[in-house]
Design a protein around this ligand. Sequence first.
Ligand SMILES: Nc1ncnc2c1ncn2[C@@H]1O[C@H](COP(=O)(O)OP(=O)(O)O)[C@@H](O)[C@H]1O
Ligand SMILES: [Mg+2]
Length: 227
Amino acid sequence: MIEIEDILQNEVPKINFNNVSFSWPGNIAKLISNCSFSINKQGLWMIVGKNGSGKSTLLKLIAGLLKPSKGVINNQANVGMVFQNPDHQILMPNCRSELLLNINQKSGRKDVTNKINIALKKVGLTGFDKRPIHTLSGGQKQRLTIASSLISDKNFILMDEPTALLDSSSQIEVLEIIKDLTKNKRNPFTVLWITHRLEELTYADAVAEMKNGNLSDWQKPLNFKYN
Ligand SMILES: Nc1ncnc2c1ncn2[C@@H]1O[C@H](COP(=O)(O)OP(=O)(O)O)[C@@H](O)[C@H]1O
Ligand SMILES: [Mg+2]
């Protein structure tokens, strides 16, 4: 008999790295070296690390954009990405058309408007469907890229320094929306967030540092010490 806990467990996105190594072509040194970790619980997971420590490369390995030279990556999540600069990611002239581009193709016509409204509401952009992209603030654009992940049924977003270009009030807006989404038990949703802003770590459920080609153990933010 299947226990209820087992069913819930299966809804949780799982990422597992087992002794993964990676070096960029033409570079003998391993940027990622025998790296092992997992993410097997819903929540907001954050990674910090110095410039060039391999954080963005790690995200590309998780997303399957790069293949490890050694080791095994097991990814059972439906992964979406949000980059530092939303202008590099948004392709269409207004919010509705951007979401239409990202919507799960199986949706029926009637469903579409409903889904767009729900996605916009979840990121605090209710009523923005007709808004041209150039009228949005940086924070609103970043929330639209999150809505694009939601509308394409992703359950795990990789966010690469998503607040680096935002002012502090937009930064807090984006953090709080992500925090809410990752707490929702009915719709399990997980975020792996890369940051160089240490004040953001207090929002995390777990924090780790990328250093010397490896990811440290996950820590509670209160226990985390950045070296
Ligand atoms: N496309 C690429 N080709 C070759 N080397 C790269 C490429 N992207 C990143 N690197 C190298 O990998 C190292 C780590 O980069 P990155 O993963 O972007 O670090 P971080 O995100 O932590 O700043 C850097 O030394 C960088 O030069
Ligand atoms: Mg980077």
